[in-house]
Unconditional design. Structure first.
Length: 416
């Protein structure tokens, strides 16, 4: 894991690192790096990778601070990250058997020292604030500005200052300059400075509106819910989130953590409110739109079985396989392509009449090729304009995966 060396050097350069120093950007970077490592494990599904990635993120940031990680040598970091991945995979019943990933390269670039440019920025901040005090002379403003720069750079690190929000910066400006004025016997009394803004740390109306909008976007995955159901679930979700999480804690989470929380509390609220989240077969939705399944199927579809279907309006189709597929006789397929014709009957049953050429073996450097045909029927268990899921109910299809498992259920997304 050569990338860890860079990770260590960056962490060691940081000073005064506290346990809560894992920022949202840090967590996003760590999560993406775990996903990158997990991409090398080809047998994992996207959902499994996301689950292991979230678990690894939580385990790493809860068990270790940045300071802890900075004190580790390369071999320790390598063992920690692999151990976290292995344990999180075991938690969902998966053994990571592939070769160990090459890198876990978590790059957190930041400058931690106050530079000349930073002090110029502080000077401008102070001058902007002091411009309200018309009675102050240029010399007095200069004294207060120098004092302000010294107080800020001595009392806070650059990293601590950069993490402050605007309201906190304004509060610091007022308190530090007032302190500097007292130290230098400069009166600020000639101007009434009203600071009406407060650092809002509690959940307010605008926050709850934002939660509702985000949650309603998530509910679009459940088109069969009524408006009353959506309202009930939204109110329940708001109550759960605002009681379980602090505002700052919730908004520091990354998108994948929000996604997991929404799904968790949606299920909990649905059970509590006795609302069925089960989607009815989407074929019904297609019929309601007066659009036949045949019209929907025409086009190219990428499936979860590592193949691509191309249904044509004239009733013919092509199915192109990528690597990892063989016929039931364990022979290859010519050009990895199966052709044939297709139709959908009045019961919405899809029939595929397939034909293909198998390459069986070589005789004196010449392939022996044999033509085969088969017929299979599928029922739709779910279907949308850009997605379908079918299950074989009769006959057999051309090919099987190299692991030897029969393909019974096929899911596909339309190629844009």
């Amino acid at each position: 894991m050569k990338g860890i060396i860079l990770f260590i050097s960056i962490l060691v350069s940081c000073s005064c690192i506290a346990q809560n120093d894992w920022t949202k950007d840090d967590r996003t970077t760590i999560y993406n790096e775990f996903l990158d490592v997990l991409s090398k494990y080809k047998m994992l599904t996207l959902e499994q990778k996301e689950s292991i990635g979230l678990c690894s993120l939580e385990s790493t940031t809860q068990k270790f601070t940045k300071k802890d990680m900075a004190s580790k040598i390369e071999v320790e970091l390598k063992r920690i990250y692999q151990s976290v991945l292995d344990q999180c995979a075991k938690n969902i019943g998966i053994e990571l058997k592939n070769n160990e990933p090459e890198n876990i390269n978590i790059e957190i670039k930041e400058s931690t020292e106050w530079t000349k440019e930073d002090k110029i920025t502080l000077s401008k901040i102070s001058n902007d604030f002091l411009s309200q005090y018309k009675h102050l002379t240029s010399e007095q403003k200069e004294i207060l500005t120098l004092c302000f720069i010294n107080e800020v750079t001595n009392s806070k690190t650059k990293k601590e200052y950069e993490k402050l929000i605007d309201l906190e910066v304004r509060q610091i400006k007022s308190s530090v300059i007032s302190q500097c004025a007292k130290q230098n016997n400069i009166s600020l009394a000639d101007l009434e400075v009203k600071i009406e803004e407060k650092v809002v740390a509690e959940w307010v109306k605008e926050d709850k509106i934002k939660l509702v909008n985000e949650f309603n976007d998530h509910l679009k995955n459940y088109p069969n819910l009524t408006d009353d159901h959506r309202e009930t679930l939204s109110l329940c979700f708001i109550d759960e989130i605002t009681s379980m999480y602090k505002k700052a804690e919730y908004f520091e989470m990354i998108d994948m953590e929000h996604k997991k929380i929404k799904q968790t509390y949606l299920s909990k609220c649905a059970i509590h409110s006795k609302i069925d989240l089960t989607n009815k077969p989407e074929v019904i939705e297609i019929i309601e739109k007066k659009q036949s399944i045949k019209e929907v199927l025409v086009g190219s579809w990428k499936t979860d079985e590592n193949s691509q279907y191309n249904f044509k309006s004239d009733g013919t189709f092509e199915k192109k396989y990528n690597s990892g597929f063989y016929t039931y006789r364990w022979t290859g397929i010519d050009d990895n392509i199966v052709r044939g014709n297709w139709f959908v009957d009045e019961t919405n049953t899809l029939t595929l009449n397939e034909s293909w050429t198998e390459i069986e073996y070589k005789i004196f450097f010449r392939d022996k090729r044999t033509n085969y045909v088969s017929t299979s029927k599928f029922k739709f268990t779910s279907s949308l304009n850009d997605y379908f899921k079918i299950e074989i109910i009769e006959g057999s299809s051309c090919c099987r995966k190299s692991e030897g498992n029969d393909v019974k259920i096929i899911q596909a997304n339309k190629v844009k």
